[in-house]
Write a protein that binds this ligand. Structure first.
Ligand SMILES: NC(=O)c1ccc[n+]([C@@H]2O[C@H](COP(=O)([O-])OP(=O)(O)OC[C@H]3O[C@@H](n4cnc5c(N)ncnc54)[C@H](O)[C@@H]3O)[C@@H](O)[C@H]2O)c1
Length: 372
C-alpha cells in the first residue's frame, strides 16, 4: 500500500501523523511511505530522518493525497484537504465529526473511507488513541500550573515542592481519570501535597490501591470540592462525562473563597471547562485573571510538547496503521471490532451512530459498511 502523510495545516498544529519510526515499520512491512517535505519539522523530525527510514519525500500535499491509498494525519482534514480525498482512499486521523456538520458533509461527498482515532476502542472500555493525549495533558498540567503560580505570571508566588522548612503547595485535582491520575503523579513527584477527587468509587478504590502512598483521594461531593479548593494553591480540572459538556464545579461566586493568586488549570476546557469562569486560551496567551484567581485554559495542551505528543500518538496508532496497510481496511476492520468502532464514514455513508444523532443524518452500521 502507498501510505501518505501530509504536513498539518491547522493553525498551531505542530504534530505530524507519522514519525520516522512509524514510517520505518511500514516500509519494513513492504509498503511505500510518502511524506510531504517539512511535515515533521514542528515535532523535530527532519526530511532526512524519514528518508533514512525508507520513506519518500514529496514537495506538495497535493502529491501526497494524489498518490496515497491511505492518508495518516493528526487533525481533522481542513476544507482544502477534504477536496483532495477520493473514493476508495482511506483517511486515518482525529475527526471529531459530531460538532462539525461541514466536515461531515465533505467527507460523505468525498467517497473516502474515514476512520477516526477518537472512536477506536479497546478491551477495557477505553479509547486507546485518545488516552496518549490525555496522558500528555495530565503530565503537563502541574508544569503549567507551577509556572502560573509564579509571581511574575500573576500567581501566589508559591513553589510546588516547597523547600526544607517551608510547606509544599497544595494541589487539588478534580477528576481522577487518565488526565487526573497523570497530573497527580507528576504534582506529587514535584513534591506537592496532592488530593484527587472523583465521583466514581471504583476509580477512588483504584487510586487508593495504586497511589495511596503518593497522593490522597476524596469523594467529589460539592462540599468536599469547595472545602479542599479553599485550601489549594493549584486546582486542576480533569473531569469528563462522556458525550456531555463538563459540569461546572467551581462557580464565579466561589472564586472569592479561594486563596488570592491561586491557579486554576482547566484541562477539561475542550469540553467547555469545569470552572464557571473558564474560557479557552491559546499557547500564545495562555493565562488570564478573574477576581484575583489565575486561569490557564489551553484547549490543545499536547501541542506545547509536539515532539512527545507525536511520539506518543505514533506509538498508539502504529499497530492500527499497520493492520490497515497489511490487510486492507475491510479485513483489518472485520478482524478487529475495536478498529471497526473507528469507522465513521464509508463511500458516502455515515457509519457512526452518535454522529448521526448529533447531526440528524442517516447512519448505517459499520458492519453493514464492510459489505459495500
Ligand atoms: N486541554 C487539552 O489539551 C486536553 C487534552 C486531553 C484531554 N483533555 C480533556 O480532559 C478531560 C479529562 O479526560 P480524561 O481522558 O482524563 O477522561 P477520563 O474519562 O479518563 O476521566 C474523567 C474522570 O472524571 C470523573 N468525573 C466525572 N464527573 C465528575 C465530577 N463531577 N467530579 C469529579 N470527577 C468526575 C470520572 O469519574 C472519571 O474518572 C476531558 O474533558 C478531555 O477531553 C483535554
Amino acid at each position: 500500500m502507498k501510505i501518505g502523510c501530509p504536513k498539518e495545516i491547522k493553525p498551531q498544529e505542530f504534530r505530524v501523523g507519522m514519525t520516522p519510526d512509524a514510517a520505518r515499520e511500514a516500509v519494513n512491512n513492504g509498503h511505500d511511505v510518502i511524506i510531504e517535505t517539512k511535515a515533521g519539522l514542528g515535532a523535530g523530525f527532519a526530511d532526512a530522518d524519514y528518508v533514512a527510514a525508507g520513506a519518500k519525500i514529496v514537495d506538495t500535499a497535493e502529491e501526497v493525497f494524489a498518490k496515497a491509498d491511505m492518508i495518516v494525519k493528526v487533525k481533522e482534514p481542513q476544507a482544502v484537504e477534504r477536496k483532495r480525498l477520493r473514493p476508495g482512499q482511506v483517511l486515518f486521523t482525529y475527526l471529531h465529526l459530531a460538532p462539525d456538520p461541514e466536515q461531515t458533509k465533505d467527507l460523505l461527498a468525498s467517497g473516502a473511507t474515514c476512520i477516526a482515532y477518537e472512536t477506536v476502542t479497546d478491551d477495557r472500555g477505553g479509547l486507546p488513541l485518545l488516552a496518549p493525549m490525555s496522558e500528555v495533558a495530565g503530565r503537563l498540567a502541574p508544569q503549567v500550573g507551577a509556572w502560573t503560580l509564579q509571581k511574575a505570571n500573576g500567581g501566589r508566588g508559591v513553589l510546588l515542592g516547597g523547600v526544607p522548612g517551608v510547606s509544599p503547595a497544595k494541589v487539588l485535582v478534580i477528576g481522577g481519570g487518565v488526565v487526573g491520575t497523570h497530573a497527580a503523579k507528576v504534582a506529587a513527584g514535584m513534591g506537592a501535597d496532592v488530593t484527587v477527587l472523583d465521583r466514581s468509587i471504583n476509580r477512588l478504590r483504584y487510586l487508593d490501591d495504586v497511589f495511596g502512598g503518593q497522593f490522597k483521594n476524596a469523594y467529589a461531593s460539592a462540599g468536599n470540592t469547595i472545602a479542599l479548593a479553599r485550601e489549594a494553591d493549584l486546582i486542576i480540572g480533569a473531569v469528563l462525562i462522556p458525550g456531555a459538556a463538563a459540569p461546572k464545579l467551581i462557580s464565579r461566586a466561589q472564586l472569592k473563597e479561594l486563596k488570592p493568586g491561586a491557579a486554576l488549570v482547566d484541562v477539561a476546557i475542550d469540553q467547555g471547562g469545569c470552572f464557571e469562569t473558564s474560557r479557552a486560551t491559546t499557547h500564545q496567551d495562555p493565562i488570564y485573571e478573574v477576581d484575583g484567581i489565575m486561569h490557564y485554559c489551553v484547549a490543545n495542551m499536547p501541542g506545547a510538547v509536539a515532539r512527545t505528543s507525536t511520539q506518543a500518538l505514533g506509538n498508539a496508532t502504529m499497530p492500527f496503521m499497520l493492520a490497515l496497510a497489511n490487510k486492507g481496511w475491510k479485513k483489518a476492520c472485520a478482524d478487529d471490532k475495536h478498529l471497526l468502532a473507528g469507522l465513521n464514514v464509508h463511500a458516502g455513508r455515515l457509519t457512526y451512530e452518535a454522529v448521526g444523532v448529533a447531526l440528524n443524518l442517516p447512519v448505517i452500521s459499520a458492519a453493514e459498511a464492510l459489505k459495500i
